[in-house]
Design a protein around this ligand. Structure first.
Ligand code: PEP
Ligand code: MN
Length: 336
C-alpha cells in the first residue's frame, strides 16, 4: 500500500502517522522527493483502513498495490484448494456437477429428479427449500419440510445435497445439509457470512447480481476469516443492459478468479442465461475457460415447475448436456 502525503507535511504529524503504521506491524519505506513524499507500507495490509488514512490531514491519497483479501488470495496459497464432500472432490482437476430443480416441491418430485440426474452422471443434488423470490406472493419454498425431503432424496440415491440458506437463524436446520448455498442476493449479507464462517460446512457462494470480482472474493474472505476454508465460488451471470438473456454470463470471471484465488469456481448456466438451449454451449465454454464444475437446473416437468421452469432442463435434455460435459471435461484432462 502506498500513502502519498500532501506537500510539505509537518514532521511531527508524519512521525505520528508512521508510528501508527508500525503499530499495525507494517514495515515502512519512506521516500521524500522534491514534490511528493511517499510512504510505502509493507506487510499484511488487509486490516488497514484506507478511509481512515485518507481522513488524515497530511495525506493526499492512498493506493492499494496488493489485493485486500488474503485468505482467498492465490499469492499466499498457490495450490488449488480441493473441497471434498462425502468423498466427492471439486477443484484441482476434480470436476463436479450439481443438478436438480430450482425448488423442492414434493417427495416424489425430488426423489425422481435425484434418481435421473444420478443416472446421467451428476454427483450432487440441488433443490431450494428456502427460496429468495422477487415477489412475496410467489412460491417461497417448502422451508424446513423441503430440507427433510432433500435428505430423503439423499437417502434414496446417496447424492450429497446442496441447498440455499437465507438467514443465520436457520443454520441449525441445515445441520445435515452437505453444502450450504449462499445465493446471489445474500452474497453481501455479512452477518450470514460471518456466522457461516464459524461453521465447518462447505459453502457454495454465488456471485451477487451486480458485484465486482473483488467484492465477490471479499465475501469469500468473510467466510475464511472465520476459519471456514471449504468454499466453492459460483459465477451465475450479472446484471447488464442486455435483456435477451436473464443475466449476462461473465465467463471471463471464471478465468480471472482462478488466477486471483485458489478456491474452486463453478458456473451456473441456468441462472446466467435463463434459457435451456444455452445451457449446453455455455457449459462447454465454462469448461474450456477453466471452471471446476457446473450447477444446472433440472426438473421432472419444467412446464409445471413452481419456480424457474422456463430455464430448467428436462431429463432428456440434461442427459444430452451431460454427454457433452463428460467429453469436454476429459479434453481438459479433469475427472468427473
Ligand atoms: C438458485 O440457485 O436457485 C438461485 C436462487 O440462484 P441465484 O442466487 O444465483 O439467483
Ligand atoms: Mn432457480
Amino acid at each position: 500500500m502506498i500513502v502519498i502525503l500532501k506537500k510539505n507535511p509537518e514532521k511531527q504529524k508524519v512521525d505520528h502517522l508512521i508510528e501508527s503504521f508500525k503499530k499495525l506491524g507494517l514495515a515502512i519505506h519512506y521516500s521524500e522527493g522534491t514534490q511528493t513524499t511517499i510512504v510505502g507500507l509493507v506487510g499484511d495490509t488487509s486490516r488497514v483502513d484506507m478511509d481512515a488514512i485518507c481522513a488524515n490531514e497530511i495525506v493526499e491519497t492512498v493506493k492499494r498495490i496488493s489485493e485486500p483479501y488474503k485468505a482467498a488470495n492465490r499469492r499466499f496459497h498457490p495450490q488449488d484448494t480441493v473441497v471434498e464432500v462425502c468423498g466427492r472432490k471439486i477443484g484441482n482437476g476434480h470436476f463436479g456437477v450439481i443438478a436438480g430443480p430450482c425448488s423442492v416441491e414434493s417427495e416424489e418430485q425430488i426423489i425422481c429428479v435425484a434418481q435421473q440426474i444420478k443416472k446421467s452422471g451428476a454427483q450432487f443434488l440441488r433443490g431450494g427449500a428456502f427460496k429468495p423470490r422477487t415477489s412475496p406472493y410467489a412460491f417461497q419454498g417448502l422451508e424446513a419440510d423441503g430440507l427433510k425431503l432433500l435428505l430423503e432424496a439423499k437417502k434414496a440415491t446417496g447424492l450429497p445435497v446442496v441447498t440455499e440458506i437465507m438467514s443465520q437463524t436457520h443454520i441449525d436446520l441445515f445441520a445435515d445439509v452437505d453444502i450450504i448455498q449462499v445465493g446471489a442476493r445474500n452474497m453481501q449479507n455479512f452477518q450470514l457470512l460471518k456466522e457461516l464462517g464459524h461453521s465447518d460446512k462447505p459453502i457454495l457462494l454465488k456471485r451477487g447480481l451486480a458485484n465486482t470480482l473483488e467484492e465477490f472474493l471479499m465475501s469469500a474472505e468473510y467466510l475464511m476469516a472465520g476459519g471456514n476454508n471449504n468454499i466453492i465460488l459460483c459465477e451465475r451471470g450479472i446484471r447488464t443492459f442486455e435483456t435477451a438473456t436473464r443475466n449476462t454470463p461473465d465467463l471471463t470471471a471464471i478465468a480471472m478468479i482462478k488466477r486471483q484465488s485458489h478456491l474452486p469456481v463453478i458456473f451456473d448456466p441456468s441462472h446466467a442465461t435463463g434459457i435451456p438451449w444455452l445451457v449446453e454451449p455455455l457449459s462447454k465454454a465454462a469448461i474450456a475457460i477453466g471452471a471446476d464444475g457446473l450447477m444446472i437446473e433440472v426438473h421432472n416437468n419444467p412446464e409445471a415447475a413452481l419456480c424457474d421452469g422456463a430455464q430448467s432442463l428436462n431429463f432428456e435434455q440434461f442427459d444430452q448436456v451431460m454427454d457433452t460435459v463428460k467429453q469436454r471435461v476429459a479434453v481438459e484432462k479433469k475427472v468427473l
